[in-house]
Write a protein of this length. Sequence first.
Lengths: 290, 366
Amino acid sequence: MKSALQQLLPKLVLAPTTLILVVCVYGFIGWTALLSFTKSRMMPQWDFIGLDQYIKLFDNPRWMVALENLGAFCFFFILICLLLGVVLAIFLDQKIRSEGALRTIYLYPMAVSFIVTGTAWKWILNPGLGIEKLIREIGFQSFEFRWLIDSEMAIYTIVIAAVWQSSGFVMAIFLAGLRGVDESLINAAEIDGAPHYKIYTRVVLPILRPVFFSAIVILLHIAIKSFDLVQSLTGGGPGYSSDMPANFMYTHAFNRAQMGLGAASAMVMLFGILAVIVPYLYSELREKNG
Amino acid sequence: MGTENTSYVQFKDIQKSYDGETLVIKGLNLDVACGEFLTLLGPSGSGKTTCLMMLAGFETATHGEIILDSQAINNVPPHHRDIGMVFQNYALFPHMTVAENLAFPLQVRKIEKTEITRRVQNALEMVQLGQFGNRMPGQLSGGQQQRVAVARALVFEPKLVLMDEPLGALDKQLREQMQYEIKHLHEQLGITIVYVTHDQTEALTMSNRIAVFNDGVIQQLAPPDVLYEKPENAFVAQFIGENNRLLGTLTETTDDTSCSVRLDSGEVIKALPINIGKTGDRSQISLRPERVFINTTAENCTNQVRGAVEELIYHGDHIRARINVCGHDDFIVKVPNSASHSLMQTGESVTLGWQVEDCRALDDLA
């Protein structure tokens, strides 16, 4: 009797979580998938129209702008984050004083929500309030920095804010990686005659290849999911010039009574993320088991 | 010690402190001759590795001067010192093939490509790994990896090679084999090697001279045979080889070749005065186990004492007998495996004897 209860207990404890997960995550993914094949507008309706919503989606110029923005954002966000993160980590790794304090300062933006980051940077980048006004007040009257209201450049203000928030995190990952590199390897490279920078380019960074890989995957899925930062910084504007797929989905599903189209865009995003995560998980698990 | 023109490496009055309070190296003076194989031997924490790291340039001396090839190198960074080094955990670059590992020191020295290929192949053949250039370090055994590490330290033809417990991670048989290989490489190439180990057998087998470290001070610097047969103080006697010690008080110093020590248990032993104070001071008698004779063979010895056999351990070529002598129950005697040992039984009372010149009166450690 007792042993039967003991066997059951783990399952009982896990049951509520599993139930919530199955219904609220996987259930609603299925629900969304179903909706994406229907004519649903304001409310769900069950007229199945096959792939029509997907065809409409890729004919939609606003969606294509969102995809282009996502591409540009991913590229610059990841590139700059990696560069800054690696450089900061290498600088912090030079046995400097008060490293702990600096590390905390660089990592701290991570503790702030994207909403706060977006709002703060909205003020900083606002030509009438922030950097432009400051520099003009110093005396440079012709200074212009108005990316926020430039439909060509607005997406890059999001890159700036996202880099500010995330590069400290990348630094932390790389710092941990650098600390994990066997010191005798660095000593060996040094006594072999390699100058300081070559120790990093030839020995340390190649050894950290798995860390690059992890950092890229983490940043990529942050990028694809990014919604709140866009919403609070540019609101997708000017016009829809800085829209990203998540904002497109939200706007169409909830504001513009295009639930079917919104669901289709959500599914495309899901597959985008799966395309990144699945190979990563696969290689991670294979490493662990093999 | 080494005259000015032959010493290749010199430590002059070196002191080292990590925290600014306690000295881990206390006023070290050491000369290494060109082409010498010098071993720094000592227990962990004795300062031997710190010494090596200062020579390599990874640590800076708090005080004093290190001279390499008649140039002060205190302010020369490691990558300009042209010293080869072998690390305990091999320190091979895991993302490069064996050949790329060996090419690395040559590439950073901007040596021509064809020359690099030639030298890498030579170095690989020198350590009998000619066919392994394309392997990754992870695909090699520990012994092979250590050979690659040795080859990498030699490939840019440095005059001085440092080795920091290079054989510590290998099993006993491989370690002994590598000891001979490194010794032969040293003889072939005529390089200077400074070798750090805590393994006294390794030090005795390989070195021209050994510096025994303890507590940041060189206790004795001498060739292996001198170190073993003529230890100058109780620490060296205890650390190198097996040693029996008997504690007592110095009662009389006859001349340079003889003194008398009254043991705590009452017996008076005649010994060689090596490192003793004045009459009445404490002293330690040091005696190698293989220099003690038993029963009939002990009859001609100057020093004779009675003891009880506590334990007999069979070692094949000899028998180790642990005997309770003069109040010490850890007195070891090595009895050659001949007919005589069969006479001994545990618990039996025996006569032990040894000559004056085999037992050395040293300082008292305790």
